[in-house]
Design a protein. Structure first.
Length: 197
């Protein structure tokens, strides 16, 4: 997390650092992102950055937290909505898509975070996964208890499938994702591929 010296900066200078970091981390995963490009972009000396953040990882996690706080403000409403798991997930992905449209750089930062292979981020990635799984698990358990989801399914397997499909869906929001396409993806998850009446 940032040092107090970062918060002591003038708001314009703080914003310049955040915007430069956002741009770099939106374009590159953590491993490939360049701290030199960030400091050059916001016009400060590289040594000065270490007065504000311990290292690149510290800055990166701060930017990822900003992205997820903004995203949470959008998508948390989905888990408070009425309806079964299918209605909740439909609303979740609709709100995620709206977030991607309204905040493309924050959306890209969040996506690149999940693509990271850096050993430095493995603990954070696991914490993020557990946090995401918590809301999903609650809605899934309710839907299983109500008989709307097969209670014989392993919740971990269900989360794995939804997480994998959801990640792929969210990764491709930049190509466009109308309500019809989103509903068809969710229908495949709900009903499978078998022909139906």
């Amino acid at each position: 997390m940032p040092k107090q010296t970062f918060f002591n900066l003038e708001p314009e200078k703080r914003q310049a650092i955040v915007e430069a970091a956002l741009q770099e981390f939106a374009e590159h995963p953590f491993e490939q992102a360049s701290l030199t490009k960030i400091v050059d972009s916001c016009g400060i000396a590289k040594g000065s950055m270490y007065q504000y953040f311990s290292d690149k990882l510290d800055l990166y996690l701060y930017i990822v937290d900003l992205a997820y706080e903004q995203k949470k403000a959008y998508v948390s409403r989905a888990f408070d909505s009425e309806g079964d798991i299918f209605a909740v997930l439909s609303e979740y992905y609709r709100l995620s898509y709206q977030f991607a449209l309204d905040h493309p750089l924050l959306h890209q930062v969040a996506n690149k975070f999940w693509d990271s292979r850096s050993p430095l981020l493995q603990t954070e990635l696991e914490k993020g996964r557990l946090s995401r799984a918590k809301d999903f698990a609650r809605v899934l358990a309710e839907s299983m208890a109500e008989g709307k989801v097969n209670p014989g399914l392993d919740p971990e397997a269900v989360f794995f499938v939804y997480h994998a499909v959801g990640k792929e869906l969210i990764d491709h929001f930049h190509q466009g994702c109308d309500d019809r396409f989103l509903q068809q993806v969710l229908d495949v998850l709900k009903f499978g591929l078998a022909a139906r009446d």
